[in-house]
Design a protein around this ligand. Sequence first.
Ligand code: LFR
Length: 485
Amino acid sequence: MPRTVYSAALDFGATSGRVILGRWDGRRLGLTEVHRFPNAFRSLAGHDYWDLGTLWHEAQAGLRAAAAALPRGAVLASVGVDCWGVDYALVNDAGRLVFPVHAYRDARTQEGLGRLARTPAALQRVYAATGIPNVFYNTSLQLAETVARCPAITDLATRCLLLPDYFNFLLSGRMENEFTVASTSQLIDVRSRDWSRATLDHFRIPPGWFTPPLPVGASLGRLLPAVAGTAPQLRRTKVIAVPGHDTACAYDAMPADPDGGDAFLSSGTWSLLGFESDTPVLGPEALAARVANERIADGRYRPLTNVPGLWLLEGTLKDFARRPGNDREWAALITAAGRLPAPAGLLQVTDPAFTNPKSMRAAIDAHLRARRLPVPTGLPGYVRLICDSLGRGHADALAAFERMTGRRFRRILIVGGGSRNRLLCQATADAAGLPVVSFALEGTAVGNLARQLIALRAVRDLPTFRRLLAADLAQTVYRPARPRT
Ligand code: LFR
């Protein structure tokens, strides 16, 4: 009998976080959500910040809940952290925060974004060097803004830790930059696994803020005694550097066909549509289509397009006093939305007006009125419009990839919150003319756990994990109304 291994995934999302206890018996991964908490950034004097104290408090509560959920005598072998990409903490050598932690939707990068967009030679150089397009949330633009506006920061900060790196530091006491999340920064060299010196210089970011990226699977040591506390189950828990980027974890969890015919869709606050590739997708068309060549743990590429995702729906829900509070009410809302006639026109979901509006409903209404389209009358109408529009956005991104690479995808695999939204899955299948295979799977947490199990040598490698996972996983297939020929 192979030994049973227990590991915990700390999985931070922009609108909610969770701690999931994984139980691996040698063939199957059992999941228990031991802690879930809301997350949101807060505004102070016109800028947006994450509340790291609360996130860390929740992480610790989740760890204690994981320890308490273990069977008698069992211990927690390891813990891994994944988080949204791009955001970071600036610290000194003692690990003290020397700058407040901004949220990536803060409008402070707009000026730098526009400047780079208007300087095609520089933009092309940065894209050729990093494979990451010019998007408002890039770490590069955020750090450039901080250094330009608050120059004293270069005397105060000695290290820049992306958020999963910072949580790893709080857990283990080690300051490292993990490779996959580093690749979201627009500061990693697309041809190597190291930082791009030319790009750091372009943005005037001190190169000394970063150390050579740590490979996925490295152990950061045991939980600090102050974190483990008195729980005997946590005394020997290892902190493992999993892919710190949640999207890297979600893609790792995809039970994909090894033949490469699957496109991947990680559907949460953002919709990340892409695939795995031995080579990056670069050049003018890729830059125009905003293809991000993020990295896989093994150094390969995850070319993907970041389509605004369920953020639109989450924002709209806030504008309705009567919104679903449980699964049954959600199902009723989706059914009501599905019964409505197809909308007369769709949203262009990439409109920057949807990035961080005061009211999402008002932003949608203004967008529709500007295009002389009817405004929905109730919540089901908005849900229908958003799902159909996201489906179209997914299909467009897929078509662009096929044009650029000559690939033909046969299926779209979807994980994450959106995989449970049948309207969204069907809209995507119909718009793309391809079957959408939905796995009701917390992809980010599963990928996080898979990488821990591989590091602990409880699973041989990722292909083995995916094969075992696929054999065991319930799936729903949404067939397109009109399959493409
Ligand atoms: C998803 C995600 C995306 C990234 C965006 C901002 O949670 O990590 O991959 O582009 O958040 O970091």
